[in-house]
Design a protein around this ligand. Structure first.
Ligand code: TXA
Ligand code: MG
Length: 332
């Protein structure tokens, strides 16, 4: 049966209510600087399991435990290595998640049976206010239906979760727009499992050594999340990495000749005559911030999305990771 999803603000009263709902085992979505999260009490296995139902998420894909105080890490992780200490002291709170050996108190439902646990302290003050009001560690995947683009506004959370969760804390649109960097520190060699706004260069500098990035998702590592269909709009999407206007126009015109109504999601919207265009953003930061929202807007009006993105910076690699998967690897 559908439940009434309350829309809450960041008043003291609503924050207290959101915390109470979490402690009662209900689900509450909340903003972070990356994307909106779907919060549940990490100490309540029933609530954690309901997260998978609400999202339609395969239960072999583990959840991140969110904290508001660094001291909580020692209640969750069994071992905190020297590398982990450095990240905790010098980078956190930030858009980074660290994977460490888990304590027995952390349920297998959270970690999908792995011996490790992912921990994140968001940079967003709003997120930390909510987490502090909960007074417990909070599991939170992105607050979208599984396989859909992550929500970066509360309205998108409502689109996917209305009637399924108890409340949404309505904050500002997310500043970063793509999910945190996931850094596995549970082995001797640090490994980036998911790229994000915190780059390998920043991590290398703090650790004083090279960090490897997981490039081949079939590589045998324990990060089940990377194998699933992800971030996909409801309409077919193609991705170009060259910015070649002639090629983009030809692809667009072919679709039009087949009776479709495509849109170009591009850096320079002035280059395409009277074709349907939408700006992807002119800096990496803008592209990331609006990426998922753009996909959710464009899928409502067009039959095909043709995205073009040419940046080659370190941050761009994390954006490309999302774009490639949104386009189901359909690079033109
Ligand atoms: O920015 C973020 O990280 C957002 C906000 C809400 O904090 N959360 C988020 O959660 O993106 P989710 O569930 O959509 O992605 C979690 C990722 C998945 O790829 C999952 O496989 C990986 O983290 N993960 C979680 N626990 C892990 C573990 N113990 N070992 C390896 N990977 C893990
Ligand atoms: Mg997600």
């Amino acid at each position: 049966m559908a439940i009434q999803t309350k829309l809450l603000n960041f008043t003291d009263e609503h924050l207290a209510l959101a915390g109470q709902l979490i402690r009662q085992g209900q689900l509450v979505a909340f903003p972070t600087e990356t994307v909106y999260g779907l919060g549940a009490n990490a100490l309540d296995e029933g609530a954690v399991l309901y997260t998978f139902t609400a999202k339609g998420r395969p239960n072999d894909n583990p959840l991140i435990v969110h904290i508001y105080d660094k001291k909580q890490i020692w209640d969750i992780a069994r071992e905190v290595s020297d590398d982990a200490q450095k990240i905790i002291e010098q980078i956190m709170p930030a858009s980074i998640t660290i994977v460490l050996p888990k304590k027995a108190t952390i349920s297998n439902a959270i970690t999908a049976g792995l011996d490790t646990v992912a921990i994140r302290m968001p940079k967003s003050l709003e997120a930390r206010k909510f987490l502090a009001a909960c007074q417990v560690p909070v599991t939170a995947p992105s607050a979208n239906t599984s396989s859909r683009p992550s929500p970066t506004t509360w309205q998108r959370v409502e689109e996917d979760m209305q009637g399924k969760i108890s409340a949404i804390l309505c904050g500002e649109p997310c500043q970063v727009g793509i999910e945190s960097t996931v850094l596995d520190l549970s082995h001797d060699e640090p490994l980036i499992l998911r790229p994000g706004v915190v780059t390998p260069e920043q991590i290398s500098q703090v650790l004083g050594k090279q960090v490897r990035m997981l490039t081949n998702p079939t590589e045998k590592v324990n990060s089940p999340g990377v194998k699933y269909k992800h971030y996909a709009p409801k309409v077919p999407m193609a991705l170009d990495l060259t910015g070649n206007v002639d090629k983009l126009c030809a692809h667009y015109d072919t679709l039009v000749s087949q009776g479709h109504n495509p849109v170009l999601l591009v850096e320079d919207v002035t280059a395409f005559g009277n074709r349907n265009v939408h700006p992807i953003g002119s800096t990496d930061e803008q592209v990331a911030q609006n990426l998922f929202e753009n996909l959710r807007i464009l899928e409502k009006s067009y039959t095909h999305i043709i995205a073009s993105y040419t940046s080659t910076t370190s941050f761009a690699k994390s954006i490309l990771n999302r774009l490639t998967r949104s386009a189901s690897n359909n690079i033109i």
